[in-house]
Ligand binder design. Structure first.
Ligand SMILES: Cc1cc2nc3c(=O)[nH]c(=O)nc-3n(C[C@H](O)[C@H](O)[C@H](O)COP(=O)(O)OP(=O)(O)OC[C@H]3O[C@@H](n4cnc5c(N)ncnc54)[C@H](O)[C@@H]3O)c2cc1C
Length: 352
């Protein structure tokens, strides 16, 4: 173990364990590790890694990440750029290293609408545009105006507006079109002062009951409550939240396949749940496919198991390795493919 510094004060450490920096609590060490508190430190860290021909991985809150047991043979750069600035009515410029749920808490208390259903999602502000986080009928893309980032290709700073970010379901420029090209340092959000909450989800509507005098802070707190019950809120000592949230994306299939899927599940086509996903396409809940294929809550052996409260979350119940989680993932993917002919995709990023 050693630590060295470059001119601005960026501290480079070696052999840093990554498991404690992730919500899964799994994985080996980073050969090198640093926290960038400023944009200058971000560009310096990139140059430091390039000079040594090292791979660089950008870390936020580690909540959508599965680190391999062998660790990472490069530089892991944690983004610690902080600050929340107001830039007009409902407009906020936020450092990528800020904790997302603290920002949601702050703006919902100020009755700024647009992110209330995203309360309780773990991770950093900079991580939210990467997979266009979403929950309870809301997506972060709805409120992002632009993203400031370091472009590792041109080695310069860019401001990418919403259209340039190419947001889709759990996808964006940052994780799909140009993965690893951009390092996000600031995000500008345009919220709706005094706006009405988004109450598209039946679960949420039911829980809120009488809407008289309903505040955004109340909606956010009910969202956190629902999440807590499902093990989808980070709660100390709750092993069901030692995960990366939903492990599989909801697959999109052609409507022409609905009959075969229904037959494989032993139901009528009308009973297959789903949402329209473009012309001739339907998005089917991955959780439904898992359950119908026999992968129910609590499934698994040893410490790698499906959460006892959420079918889509693979969890580390204590001492699981990345290999354990990958074995469980393989078993589920194979089982769902055999039953329905659908290949599920992993949502979290695999590092190493
Ligand atoms: C209990 C639980 C519940 C969850 N619920 C939800 C949910 O409801 N909806 C949902 O969408 N997600 C959910 N997630 C997943 C996760 O919280 C989000 O994807 C989150 O936005 C990830 O942010 P992060 O800062 O933790 O990113 P990390 O896990 O650190 O990184 C994830 C990816 O983003 C990249 N990245 C991170 N920060 C930056 C940056 N500044 N610049 C460039 N790239 C960056 C990383 O390189 C990596 O590829 C959940 C996770 C958990 C553990």
């Amino acid at each position: 173990m050693y630590s060295q510094s470059v001119p601005t004060g960026l501290q480079i450490q070696s052999q840093t364990p990554l498991a404690p920096l992730t919500t899964f609590g799994i994985g080996g060490a980073a050969r090198y590790f640093a926290v960038a508190h400023t944009e200058t430190e971000v560009s310096e860290a990139v140059a430091w890694a390039e000079d040594r021909s090292l791979s660089l991985f950008v870390l936020g809150g580690g909540s959508n990440l599965l680190v391999r047991d062998e660790g990472f043979d490069g530089l892991v750069l944690k983004i610690g750029v902080l600050g929340v600035e107001t830039c007009g009515d409902g407009c906020f410029e936020v450092g990528a290293g800020e904790i997302w749920d603290e920002f949601v808490e702050r703006v919902t208390r100020q009755e700024m609408a647009g992110v209330e259903c995203l309360a309780g999602i773990p991770g950093s502000v900079g991580g939210t545009p990467v997979q266009n986080v979403g929950a309870y009928g809301q997506e972060v893309a709805e409120t992002i105006e632009w993203v400031r980032a370091f472009d590792r290709k041109s080695r310069g700073w860019v401001r990418l507006d919403k259209a340039a970010c190419r947001f889709r379901y759990r996808q964006s420029l940052f994780n799909s079109d140009e993965p690893e090209r951009y390092i996000v340092t600031r995000v500008r959000f345009q919220l709706r002062p005094g706006g009405r909450p988004n109450l598209r989800y039946a679960d949420l509507q039911l829980r809120l009951g009488d809407r008289q005098g309903l505040t955004l802070a109340k909606v956010a707190s009910v969202v956190r409550e629902i999440r807590r019950e499902k093990g989808m809120l980070l709660v100390e000592g709750d092993s069901d939240c030692r995960s990366a949230g939903s492990f599989f994306k909801n697959p999109v299939v052609g409507l022409d396949r609905l009959e075969a899927i229904a037959a494989a599940a032993g139901v009528t086509p009308g009973m297959v749940p789903g949402w329209p996903a473009g012309v001739g396409l339907i998005k089917i809940p991955a959780a439904w496919l898992l359950e119908r294929a026999g992968f129910v809550k609590g499934f698994g052996s040893g410490p790698a198991r499906i959460s006892s409260r959420h079918t889509l979350a693979l969890t580390n119940q204590g001492g699981a390795t990345c290999a354990d989680i990958e074995r469980l993932q393989g078993q589920i993917v194979d089982g769902v493919r055999e039953r329905f002919g659908i290949t599920l995709e992993r949502e979290p990023v695999l590092l190493g």
